[in-house]
Design a protein around this ligand. Structure first.
Ligand SMILES: Nc1ncnc2c1ncn2[C@@H]1O[C@H](COP(=O)(O)OP(=O)(O)OP(=O)(O)O)[C@@H](O)[C@H]1O
Ligand SMILES: [Mg+2]
Length: 259
């Protein structure tokens, strides 16, 4: 049987007296779109941070394609195929759109600095290919026209798309998106939905999504995990989650109660 792309097994993250994520078990398979939802402070971003090596889990195991990556450095985990975007956008704000993507691609360059200094044919071939790939990614994300603009000057929605382009530039097997629709208007969020589907189908990668926009979550996800106060309270298809009473009480019901 094919191993899961990602297998989070009994992962716990404790900060002093606070258990931010408690005994989380979660798997993601090839080309699946899976969402991790839950109220503010439920532990969603902490789960991402354990998966990507920003936090070392207090206990538990994170495996990527059957390899234990628990507690490895973020750059090593990224090199093994996990790319992410951040809840608070992290771009090189003073660099152009194109530079942001090409820097991410440099992580994949096979030629070392001697080849770069000597500008060997192999190095130049690699750079040409990278430039083409950058162009393709910008085109794909609808950012070609902005290629020479400074990233920090872009509207919020475009910065979020640029973060996705930059994550894809590292050639991942799995993409983690932390609230990609945050700050987007409904039509941008709708466009993002088809972009994420396109990314899954076009790049053949698994996507793990944290999102508060329920129409995005329900419209995109093959499966959903629900966290509440660090505990997994439900998992299932969008249909199953929508009618799960624990979820309605903890989360989906909040809006209706407030209304
Ligand atoms: N480095 C840290 N040190 C101490 N506590 C932390 C740390 N990181 C997160 N927490 C706490 O862990 C809990 C979960 O936070 P987390 O950011 O994972 O929530 P979240 O589900 O992503 O929420 P949101 O939807 O608001 O982004 C919160 O109580 C938070 O304050
Ligand atoms: Mg968060």
């Amino acid at each position: 049987m094919k191993p899961h792309v990602l297998d989070v097994s009994h992962a716990t993250m404790q900060f002093g007296g606070l258990i931010a994520v408690n005994d989380l078990c979660m798997v993601i398979d090839d080309e699946e779109i899976v969402s991790l939802i839950g109220p503010n402070g439920a532990g969603k971003t902490t789960a991402f941070n354990m998966i990507t090596g920003m936090y070392k889990p207090t206990s538990g195991i994170v495996s990527l394609n059957n390899h234990d990556i628990t507690g490895q450095r973020p750059d090593r985990i990224a090199a093994q195929g996990i790319a992410r975007t951040f809840q608070n956008i992290r771009l090189f704000k003073a660099l152009t759109v194109e530079e942001n993507v090409s820097i991410a691609q440099h992580l994949r360059l096979k030629s070392g600095w001697p080849a770069a200094t000597l500008r060997t044919p192999r190095y130049r071939r690699e750079v040409t290919l990278m430039k083409r790939h950058t162009e393709e990614l910008l085109e794909y994300m609808g950012l070609s026209e902005q290629r020479n603009e400074v990233a920090g000057s872009l509207p919020y929605g475009m910065q979020r798309k640029l973060e996705i382009a930059r994550a894809l530039a590292t050639g991942p097997s799995m993409l983690l998106l932390d609230e990609p629709a945050a700050g987007m208007n409904p039509s941008e969020a709708e466009e993002l939905k088809s972009l994420i589907l396109g990314v899954r189908d076009g790049f053949h990668i698994a996507v793990l999504l944290i999102e508060h926009h329920m129409d995005v979550v329900m419209g995109l996800s093959d499966r959903i995990y629900v966290l509440n106060y660090g505990n997994l309270i439900a998992s299932g298809t969008p249909k199953e989650i929508q009618k799960n009473e624990d979820v309605i009480a903890a989360y989906l019901g909040v809006d209706e109660d407030d209304a």
